[in-house]
Design a protein around this ligand. Sequence first.
Ligand code: URA
Length: 243
Amino acid sequence: MSKLTLDRILHTQGFGTRKWCRELIATDEVTIDGVVFNDTNTPIETGGLEFTIFGKCWTFREHVYIALNKPANFECSRKPSHHPGVLTILPDQFTRRDVQPVGRLDHDTTGLLLMSDDGAFIHTQSSPKHHVPKIYIATTHDPVTPDLIELLLKGVKLHDEPAPLAAENCRMIDTNHLEIVLKQGKYHQVKRMLAAADNHCTALNRSQIGNLKLDELGLAPGEWCYLNEAQLAQLAPPFIKRI
Ligand code: URA
C-alpha cells in the first residue's frame, strides 16, 4: 500500500475536489480512530485505513468492486435517456471515482450487475475472450417446450449476426420460465434469441455471473454490496460446466 495525505485520500475515494476535501478536514468533519484528524501535511498509510466523514464510516479502497441487484426501470448507460441511471442507486462518491457498470443490462432486466472503477477488471470481465458464463431466468409469453430448448441449444440466427448464436446451456424451470446460460453478451441477446425461436421474453433476470450467484449475496432489488476476494475469485475460471 502507499502513503498519502488525508485530503488526497478523500479525493481518491470520490469525496470531492482536493479543495473541498481540505475544507471537510479543516471543519473537523473527518475522524480517524474516533479522533478528529485535521493534518493535511503528513502522509498516512492507506492500507486498512478507516475514517468517518459526517459520522459515517468508510474504508480506504484502491478500487471498488460492487454487486448490485439491479431493479427494473434503471438504465446502465452513462447518459440515461428515459430512466434514471444505475449509478444513482449508489452513493455519489462512486460516480466521482468513475465507477461504471461492467457490461449492460436492459432497463427492464433485473438482477446481478457488477460495477467497478478498475478499468482492467471491467475490460477483462467484458471481453468476449474471457467467456464468463452468465445465467438468466427468462419469463416467456408462450410455454417453454422441449423444441424451444433444443433450438436455443442448437443456435438461432439473429439479424446482424453472421453465425447462429447458441445457448451454452438451457433448461426449463416451469411452463413459462427457462434458465439460459450465455457466454456472449450481444445486444438484447436473450430477448432476440427467444423471439427468433418464435417465443417472447416478458421478463428477464440475471441470476449468476461465472460462479457468483445473486441468491448467495442476499441483496434485495436496489441493494448493493462490495465484493470480497473470494467472491471476485468466483468470476474467474474454472466455471461450472452444467446448470
Ligand atoms: N439479454 C437481453 O436480452 N437483455 C439483457 O439485459 C441481457 C441479456
